[in-house]
Design a protein around this ligand. Structure first.
Ligand SMILES: [Zn+2]
Length: 259
């Protein structure tokens, strides 16, 4: 891997809080999870870029809704999870597959991370992780189609990546996630520091993303189900002892849904 990426990553806003992550160099761009085509088309036009690939992490419409429209104007490969109903995919992929984007000098490994949806995938490469609605800054996705055990396993795969890995999630949910994380873990100094710095970023209308795997391991309660403080909070929420880390995870996931 080169020490300098040949592309930069730019966030395009869509809907209320989605990010369409756009990988670009001086001539080409690839987009991750284009739920809406218009922000992508506007950006390509204003920056005079040529679309060269589309990557989808899962089938939800706020991540895939713009693909068909983009394809009517740009005939490009569309990568996405083999196990999900996305009719516009040209390249269905799953764990073990690689995605090459020669125009950007980029290569990503596909990681299966089911839980939010049944075949959700992530793209990992160039020290970057595009993880859709599985890992958020200080949070994780809801369990719409998978089990707590699947999500715990998926998050464990992501937390095994190098600490410096940049984490590009699908939504700007960070401040609400931090508010909940502080309930779960009231005495985590790094979480308190993160609350201050991310609040400041939002005040200046900057994204709080990308995060890093290291920062998530130190502040994200869903990656900290072995920490005594997180276990104690899960026990308190349940009114009994959670028997294992999956039950701890399931308890705080449920608690977050009600928060
Ligand atoms: Zn989703």
């Amino acid at each position: 891997m080169s020490d300098k990426n040949e592309f930069e990553v730019v966030p395009l806003r869509a809907f209320r809080d989605n990010y369409i992550w756009t990988l670009r160099n001086g001539r080409y761009a690839a987009v991750v999870d284009p739920g809406d085509a218009q922000p992508v088309l506007d950006y390509l036009l204003s920056e005079r870029l040529e679309l060269c690939a589309i990557l989808a992490t899962h089938h939800h419409p706020d991540h895939t809704g713009g693909i068909a429209d983009l394809l009517t104007r740009h005939a490009v490969p569309v990568y996405g999870p083999r196990g999900e109903p996305i009719p516009t995919l040209t390249h269905p992929v799953h764990e073990g597959d690689e995605v090459d984007i020669p125009q950007l000098g980029a290569r990503f490994s596909v990681i299966d991370i089911p839980g939010h949806t049944r075949a959700h995938i992530a793209y990992y490469g160039a020290d970057s992780l595009f993880c859709g609605d599985t890992l958020f800054a200080c949070g994780c996705g809801r369990l719409f189609e998978g089990t707590a055990q699947q999500m715990v396993d998926s998050l464990a795969k992501l937390s095994a990546l190098p600490d410096a890995t940049l984490v590009y999630s699908g939504h700007e949910y960070t401040l609400a996630n931090i508010q909940f994380a502080r309930e779960v873990e009231p005495d985590n100094p790094e979480l308190e520091a993160r609350a201050v710095s991310d609040t400041e970023k939002r005040k200046q209308q900057q994204p709080t993303l990308p995060s890093t795997i290291g920062r998530e391991k130190r502040t994200n309660p869903f990656l900290r189900c072995l920490q005594p403080a997180v276990i104690a909070s899960a026990d308190k929420y349940l009114g009994k002892r959670a028997g294992d880390p999956v039950q701890v995870f399931a308890a705080i996931r449920q608690w977050k849904n009600e928060f």
